[in-house]
Design a protein around this ligand. Structure first.
Ligand SMILES: CC(C)(COP(=O)(O)OP(=O)(O)OC[C@H]1O[C@@H](n2cnc3c(N)ncnc32)[C@H](O)[C@@H]1OP(=O)(O)O)[C@@H](O)C(=O)NCCC(=O)NCCS
Length: 150
């Protein structure tokens, strides 16, 4: 098993893994859509753990010049509890650090206690924050927003 940046050749394996590991994700997180958007971004921050040609894990990172973020840390169910998730997070964090990133954030569903334990085992801490978000496609309806700019 080794960890490397995702390439177009990993597309089928990554989509299959995400469909299996995140079956309840909403349509805007449909695996093909998410994967293609990240590959188009071409920032080298989507990593796969591969055993020969088989994708057994993923970790997506993002860096905006201020904070780093982690998303879609996922390991095939039959490969869990063998350090693959840890290795993926270490790899992604090392890549962020190399870009000058000094803090990494992530979001976990409040019901996902096991994943909180996983991240705590890696040194992450639960921080007292209110997480907010808005789907930008809803702006016009919600705020009478008139787009300007690019
Ligand atoms: C979370 C996940 C990535 C962990 O992958 P993994 O390869 O099993 O993790 P590791 O083997 O590196 O685990 C390291 C440590 O984390 C903790 N841990 C991992 N899974 C855990 C679980 N289900 N419950 C409690 N603690 C857990 C343990 O301390 C573990 O060490 P140990 O096995 O020596 O006890 C994997 O369970 C997964 O894909 N879950 C579903 C996807 C998901 O919800 N991802 C997070 C949202 S982005």
């Amino acid at each position: 098993m080794h960890i490397r940046p995702c390439t177009d050749d990993d597309r089928t394996g990554v989509i299959a893994l995400w469909e299996r590991v995140f079956p309840d994700d909403p349509p805007h997180n449909a695996p093909p859509k998410m994967l293609d958007a990240k590959l188009v971004a071409n920032d080298g921050l989507l990593f796969v753990a591969a055993d020969a040609d088989t994708v057994v894990g993923t970790a997506m990172a993002g860096y905006d010049g201020h904070r780093g973020w982690l998303y879609t840390v996922a390991v095939s169910p039959e490969r869990r509890r063998r350090g693959v998730g840890t290795a993926l997070v270490h790899h992604a964090v090392a890549a962020l650090r190399a870009m000058g990133c000094t803090k990494v954030n992530l979001q976990v569903r409040a019901t996902n206690a096991a994943v909180v334990e996983f991240y705590e085992s890696l040194g992450f801490e639960v921080e007292e924050r209110v997480s907010m978000g808005m789907r930008i496609g809803d702006l016009t309806q919600k705020m009478g927003f008139k787009p300007s700019g690019p």
